[in-house]
Design a protein around this ligand. Structure first.
Ligand code: GYE
Length: 322
């Protein structure tokens, strides 16, 4: 009965003399609306990630409602609630911290709006609260940093004193990068983490905390492990201001592999960076389309990435996209 009605309607449309002149927009499908809550603009990585999401949405003809949480969970929760109220088609977000998401995710589920996690994971018992998580394996990134250090220092006698600049407290990359690194270095007791504190993933905080480390430990520090390049770059300034030579007096390892890190390596001030790709936009848009088309999507999509020591920096920089 229904289909007969539809057929009659399309016949009527085809017969109207103006059918061919109907405005395109009225005939085309409505574009999907994606609400995206970003962490903030704390690092070069994040800027590249935001740019990737915006340009991929445009290319995929998805209407993007973008909201910047300025590194505050309460702002992300507000943004998600507002996306629910606006009845967007899909919600995606990069959770600033791991815990505390159950309530708002349940609200999205009750409203039948699928949620996709990008970049950072959440710690929830019920994994039906999101459809997919696209992002890096942060534990593996920490292990790569640790393995590089083990190899680099294999002929050195201990103790080797390490200071650690952690990412945002409670965030998945800070928790996992710490765990992966520790798992590897604890296989050799000559490695000792003597100080570990958060620098919130920013250059300014990285510099400030490194100044405090240097004041407290002075020439004792052999290695700096920074959870991202921006904090390492801030710390490099602090090391130079203290009259020490970065990458020589203190071996520096960081994560992300943004252009700023390549420039620091070419300048001989950073020893190595582990890659973490922020270019998640295209994958996110295809998951959004598949979810709305009722296709099944993988629960976990892991980003592929490498590691770049300073020796290859000059040759690699022209190939870098972020
Ligand atoms: O490493 C850091 C950013 O969540 C992977 O957040 C991301 C991290 C990235 O601020 O630079």
């Amino acid at each position: 009965m229904k289909s007969m009605k539809r057929r009659a309607l399309s016949l009527a449309l085809a017969l109207t003399p103006f059918a061919g002149l109907l405005p395109q927009a009225a005939m085309a499908e409505k574009p999907l609306v994606l609400g995206f809550s970003q962490v903030g603009a704390e690092s070069e990585w994040r800027t590249a990630n935001t740019e990737s999401i915006k340009s991929s949405a445009k290319a995929a003809d998805i209407t993007l409602k973008f909201s910047d949480a300025q590194q505050k969970q309460e702002n992300q929760i507000k943004a998600i609630r507002s996306f629910i109220a606006q009845r967007v088609d899909v919600i995606a977000f990069s959770p600033v911290v791991e815990s505390g998401w159950e309530n708002v995710l349940r609200e999205a589920k009750a409203a039948r709006i699928p949620v996709v996690l990008t970049d950072r994971a959440v710690d929830v018992k019920d994994d039906s609260l999101y459809v997919s998580f696209i992002g890096s394996d942060f534990v593996e990134e920490g292990r790569k940093a640790g393995r590089w250090l083990l190899e680099e220092m294999k002929d050195k006698t201990g103790p080797i004193h390490i200071v650690e600049l952690q990412g945002t407290v409670g965030s998945a990359p800070a928790i996992d990068r710490k765990a992966g690194f520790e798992e590897v270095i604890k296989t050799d007791s000559k490695f000792k983490i003597i100080r570990s504190q958060t620098g919130d993933f920013t250059r300014a905080k990285g510099k400030e905390v490194m100044e405090a480390f240097l004041k407290a430990e002075g020439n004792k520090i052999n290695v700096l492990y920074a959870h991202n390049d921006d904090m390492a770059i801030g710390a490099i300034q602090a090391i130079e201001e203290a009259g020490l030579r970065p990458a020589k007096d203190i071996t520096i390892i960081s994560i992300d592999a943004v252009k700023g890190a390549f420039e620091a390596m070419i300048a001989g001030k950073l020893n190595v960076t582990v890659e973490c790709s922020p270019l998640l936009g295209d994958q996110l848009m295809s998951v959004v389309k598949d979810v709305k088309a009722g296709k099944s999507v993988p629960k976990r999509i892991v980003t592929k990435e490498g590691i770049f020591p300073m020796e290859v920096a000059k040759q690699e920089l022209p190939n870098r996209k972020y």
